[in-house]
Write a protein that binds this ligand. Structure first.
Ligand code: ADP
Length: 353
């Protein structure tokens, strides 16, 4: 191969192979070598890539001189998805003598395929989550129109349940919209200046009635008032709100929810100039195996049960997903520590610059 061409070929970002008219591999570039464990140069392509989709495309290109396209996947622990393109290259040395090579180039579509899968999962989950309260409401309407049409006691009870289910749908839609807004600007750095203590006080005011209803107290502990940090104050209020709301919701009656604010943290992997906010509750806690999954959308520790008890209307399984995205946008970190039947600490680390 001509030297310049060889260098260019080696540096092409897509895995690319040159196949001779007898289907043997003549050249493979660096990207191709990084995808396949071994490439057998000078041997039939089937020894390296046994996928029928690829072999058929190359065979057709060789036989008919056509360009082919297709898709195939390589199974494994992390299955890879590729788009394939073949281009027949005529023999320029002796025109008219027919085909000399087929260029086989691959496009790694694994990430796109995964994103599509996630999007489809998300739509399915969101529809399912909205369908459950809707089905309940429709069921009660039917009962009120039929068998219970003259039953005043049932009417009051059913309307109460319908109200709660409708509220649940409302909250789901609010959270879904919030999540999508947060995801849209996740890669845009926030520009405002935020007083973290003021944000927490703001959330305390909002949640005080709910805490009182469970005979709980909200306590803020900070040895001094840290300076402002770069951030989006509405979003940071949302983070503290979701965490403190959970602490009140999952904390035991009559206990204290503590929010501890620390400035300058000197621990590994934590930005040195930063603020840490720890939201601590005393309650049911969370079993270890659930912790890594809590920030997934719609993940609830005991989803089915929570959905049917009286607190159903406030649980969407989206709160911590929203927290994670906002914290990422602020280049921060979320850490969850918990002990079953003892309580949990959700810590947010935010860099000051
Ligand atoms: P939601 O609270 O709306 O269900 P979240 O995303 O905020 O959704 O929380 C996901 C799950 O994590 C909750 O359903 C609950 O099982 C668990 N969880 C969150 N915070 C706490 C907490 N402070 N104590 C115990 N469990 C919690």
């Amino acid at each position: 191969m001509d030297n310049l061409f060889s260098i260019v070929f080696q540096h092409l970002p897509n895995p690319t192979l040159i196949i001779a008219s007898d289907r043997t591999i003549t050249y493979a570039n660096t990207a191709a070598k990084s995808v396949f464990d071994s490439i057998f140069i000078g041997k039939d392509l089937a020894l390296t890539l046994r996928h029928p989709e690829v072999l058929n495309a190359v065979d057709r290109s060789i036989a008919d001189g056509t360009s082919e396209e297709g898709e195939f996947s390589i199974p494994g622990p992390l299955s890879l998805v590729f788009e394939l393109h073949t281009v027949p290259i005529p023999d320029t040395q002796s025109p008219g003598s027919g085909l000399s090579f087929v260029l086989l180039s691959l496009l790694d579509k694994t990430k796109i395929a995964r994103a599509e899968e996630m999007r489809a999962d998300f739509v399915a989950n969101a529809s399912h989550e909205l369908r459950s309260p809707l089905t309940a409401i429709l069921g009660f309407i039917e009962t009120l129109q039929g068998p219970a049409s003259n039953d005043a006691t049932a009417r009051v009870r059913f309307l109460g349940i319908m109200d709660r289910e409708a509220e649940r749908m409302n909250r789901l839609i609010d959270d879904l919209l919030r999540l999508s807004r947060v995801e849209i600007d996740e890669h845009v750095r926030p520009r405002g200046q935020v007083d973290v203590i003021a944000c927490i006080r703001n959330v305390f005011e909002l949640l005080e009635p709910r805490a009182k209803a469970k005979n709980m107290s909200l306590t803020l502990i900070a040895d001094h008032h840290p300076g402002p940090i770069n951030g989006d104050s509405d979003q940071l209020i949302q983070v503290f709100r979701n965490l403190i709301e959970n602490a009140v919701h999952y904390g035991d009656e009559g206990t204290e929810v503590r929010v501890v604010v620390e400035e300058r943290i000197d621990r590994p992997n934590i930005p040195e100039n930063g603020i840490a906010v720890h939201v601590q509750d005393k309650g049911r806690g969370i079993a270890k195996q659930h912790i890594p999954r809590l920030t997934e959308r719609f993940y609830r520790v005991d989803g089915a049960r929570t959905r049917h008890n009286s607190s159903a209307s406030i649980s969407t399984g989206l709160g911590l997903a929203i927290v994670k995205h906002i914290v990422n946008r602020h280049r921060g970190r979320l850490k969850i520590e918990s002990e079953v039947n003892s309580g949990s600490t959700f810590s947010v680390f935010l860099p000051t610059e």
